[in-house]
Structures are given as C-alpha cells and as structure tokens.
Ligand binder design. Sequence first.
Ligand code: PEP
Ligand code: MG
Length: 588
Amino acid sequence: MVRQVNLTGQPVAPGIALGPAFLLRRERKNVPHSTITEASVAGELERLDDAMERTRIDLRYNRRKATRTLGEIVARIFDAHLMIMDDEPTFDSIRDVIRTELVSAEYALYRSLESVARQFDAQKEDLFRDRAQDVRDVGRRILAHLTGAPTDTIGDLHEPAILIASELNPSDVLQMDPEKILGVATDAGGATSHTAILTRTLGVPSVVGLKEITTSCEPGNLVAINGNSGKVLIRPTAKQEEKYREKERHYHQFRDSLLDIRDKQAITKDGHQIELAANIELPDEAKRVVRAGGDGVGLYRTEYLVLAHGGIPSEEVQEKEYRRVAQMLQGRPLVIRTFDLGGDKAFPGAGIKPEANPFLGWRAIRVALDRPEMLLPQLRAILRASPEGNFRIMFPMIGNLEELIAVKAMLAQARAELDSEGVPYDKEIEVGIMVEVPSAALLAHRFAPHVDFFSIGTNDLVQFTLAVDRSNEQVADLHQPFHPAVLQLIDRTVRAGKEAGIWTGLCGELAGNPLATLLLVGLGLDELSTSPSVIPEIKKLILSSTLEESRALAAEALELGTVQEVRDLLLTTMKKRFRDMPIWFGDL
Ligand code: PEP
Ligand code: MG
C-alpha cells in the first residue's frame, strides 16, 4: 500500500494542478573510473559521438521551443551550450583519454569536463564561474544519453507533469514550457524569489519552500498541488483525486468567466480608477499583459536582458528591445526600471562578485552609479526608444537623496548628448523611483519634489523593514507585507506623493495578492502592477467594490498592531465580501 504524503509550503503562483511527478535531479554525481579493453575503443568512441549528436539535437530542439514560447533572447541561453558542444579541442582530448587510458566514454567525459569546469570555478569573475555551470550542464546532458539514466533537465520533459526539484534557478524557469509543466513544487525558495516571480508570470501553479518534496516523492507519482493554499498531496487516493479535479474544473470555469472583463478598465463602483499594470521580465511578456487586459507595464525588470544575453547588452540592442516592448504595448504606459543587478540577480556576465550579504551590498543603483559605462548607454537607449511609446524611467533601490540627484545628473547627461547629436526623444518622459528601502519611504516627502512618481517595491521594502531575507525559506513566514510597520511606510509614501501632486504605484508581489486589493486601493495607491496572470482577478475585485469601503478598511487596518490582526481583518472582510467568487484569499 503506497503511502500518501501531505506537505504544506508557500503558495507562489495560483491554480490547481494534478499530474505525474517529474523530478529534476541536481546533485553533482561522480562517475566511477571504469576500464575497457583495447578492442572496445572504437565502439566507445562511437557511443560518445552518438551521445553528442543526440545532445545537439536536444539543445537545438530546446532552443527552438524557447524561441517560440519565450522569445529569441531567452533562447540564446542554449547557444552557450551549443558552443561548448562545438569546442573540438576539448572533445578531442576526451577521445584521447578513451584511447590511451582505456576508460569508458562516461568516465573520460566526466573527468575531462569536470577539469574544464574546475578551471572556470577557480576564476574570480562571475562570468567564468557561470561558464563552469554551463559546462557541467552540457556534461550532464551527454552523460544522460550515454547511460540512458533518467534525464534531469526541464527541456527533456515531453509529457505534461508536475516539476519537482530541490530548487530552481531563473534559467531553469526560462526553459519551462507552460504547456508541459502543469505545476511546480520545490524544497527551497520564498514567495518573492525571482524564480517564484517567473513561474507566476508564466501562470504555472507553484508551491515552494516544501523542504522535503524531493525526498517524499518518486518519479511518476501522482501529485496534486494547490498554488492557492500551498498544500501538496503526493499519491492521492481516488477520492482525493476526484476532489482535486473538481476544484481544478471550478477554478478554470471562474477564470474563463473573467474573460468578459478583459477590455474594461479597473474602476470601482463609485467611479475611482486604478491603473492596473503588469510586471514583466522579458520583452515578449508584454504580449501577455495586453492579452490579460492590463493597462500597461508598471515594472519592466530590464536586468533579465543581462541574463538572456550573458552580459550587458549594447545600447543598440537595448534600444531595439525597448522599442519592441513599446510596440507590443500599443501606446500603453511602459515603466522601464534601470538594471537592478546584484542581490539575487547577480546574473552571469553582470560582473557582480559573491558577497556575504548581497541584498545589502553592491546592488541596483549602487552598481549603476559606480559604472556610468553601463548606466549611461541604458539611459540613452531608453530615451532613444521613447518616441515609440509611452515611456517612464524608474530607478531601483534609491536610499538617499544624493543617489537620486546623481542618477538624475546622469539622465541629464544622456539627454544633453542626444540633444547635441540631434536624436529625438520624449522630452516629457516621466522619471520615478522605486520606494523599497525604508529610508526612502520615511523621507518620501523629500524625494517627491524630484520625481514624477513613486513605485513601492514591497518585496524589498518588507525584507529591509523587517530584516527578513526575501529568498530564505527558513524565514519565509516572517516576510510579511501585512506587518503594520510596512503598512505605515506605504501610507506615508502615498501621502507624501499626494501632497506633492505625484502618483504612487505598487509593484511588489503584494499588488498581485487578492487579499490586499481593497486595502491597497483604500490606502490611496494610484497604480498596481502585478503578474499578468493575476490581473483578471484583481480587476474583478476592483470592479466589484467601492473606494469608500476600501478606505474604511484601510483606515481600520492602519490602527492595528500585529500581522495577525491585519490578516484576520482582511481575511474576514474579503471572504465575506466576495464569498461567491472562487478567489483564494490566502497569503502570497
Ligand atoms: C520589489 O522589491 O518589490 C520589486 C518589485 O523589485 P524586485 O522584486 O525586482 O526586487
Ligand atoms: Mg526590489
């Protein structure tokens, strides 16, 4: 009798999914030394060539698939892998090892590639260390073909399944085909890690921080995951399976009904309009925003271009990408945030060295100001692309006024250069800052005269206000946007914005949490920017409520002293108020 296992983790992307488990194995395995006879050398060489050819086919297939689903830039991640496959001297030396040492193709491949990877490991630059990971990835793929062992890359998944892994990195998620991955469940991870944000963007139900999912589940086991509640059920009984299927059906029916409001604007019943925008990481996601009925892009995380290109893209490439996004948005606003590198986004090629406390370290605006050769071309690229649409520029992680003044001076320099070159750009382009460091929220009234808008980044604001690492699952339950201290900072920022006559948005993950919608409207936010996949639900809530009731709710919440009190208030109010809708009012 197979045992059922119930686990609870952090729900990070809504939806119900049921399917066979696909386990992504990531441990680095040693391949044992094994010898062959002189007579089998030719056969061994042939096996190696065969496995290499099949790996090339896989990689090309994955590249094509990624181009289709996520766009050309992301697909280039696979070019790096194909380039390794074309490195003749390395593979010639593997063949020599087989011939001269009389060892198996598996062992020769493993030993040679591991030695190349270690040379990269030993380098100080990130770029080289990431190359080490690429080399190991390629090695794993070839080995899988040599041994016929279970494959361990997402690209190898051919049937729809639930992806189970100890952890995923952003490039894994970029390989995911949302039609094949029914859901994601991982041991590690927090709600605001970039991996979670990407799975939410793709609309794949996901639960992270399960701690023991990889050890509780065998490949092929039926797994039910609830991305609304965080519950995961391994090997459900027939009765439980039927219950999940019913929930899945109900949820899909409701989602289909939201199509009717797609083209409506988010206006409360008493006539107050909220700009309901979306966050994107990759240019092609702009299409999803339009499809979901979003008013525009409230946060374009341009640092993902660095990930996709394996380094900082040139001014020309950036201009092209920004224009492309603007074209897809057809005149809708586009808030471009300058590179937010560092922290958990020390992407390959970004030149960010490992640090003891990366979130508190050399990150975002600090990197940008230290590297005008990176920031200036980006600002020029944004300005040059600006006639193509409705652009806004936003700077990340501003913590003090000097930074804002310095970065605005860089912007003035970019403008002056374009003026003297006679290049046209939008002279009225709005300039704003992320309010995601407590010092910026506390001094919002000082910053307001210098900007056209604020956008509150609760993912970081919560981590810095509450001293809780946003990507550490050990403390994930302490990363609480409903903490009264956070609400006070949001309130303070919005008030400062209103007094100065500028608008304030919120682009942290809180904006996509239906439990928070009325609270945020009531606090006076003018814009909410969230994953395209949750726009329909949030819009439905705004259309079904009044500004008056939201204000009353926010005023009540601001009087409370604990997270529990705030959540209880919101849960009771929202569940009662919207009981006819299958919207999950849990906590993201
Ligand atoms: C935030 O910090 O809330 C935010 C939106 O930015 P990011 O998640 O990219 O750090
Ligand atoms: Mg942030």
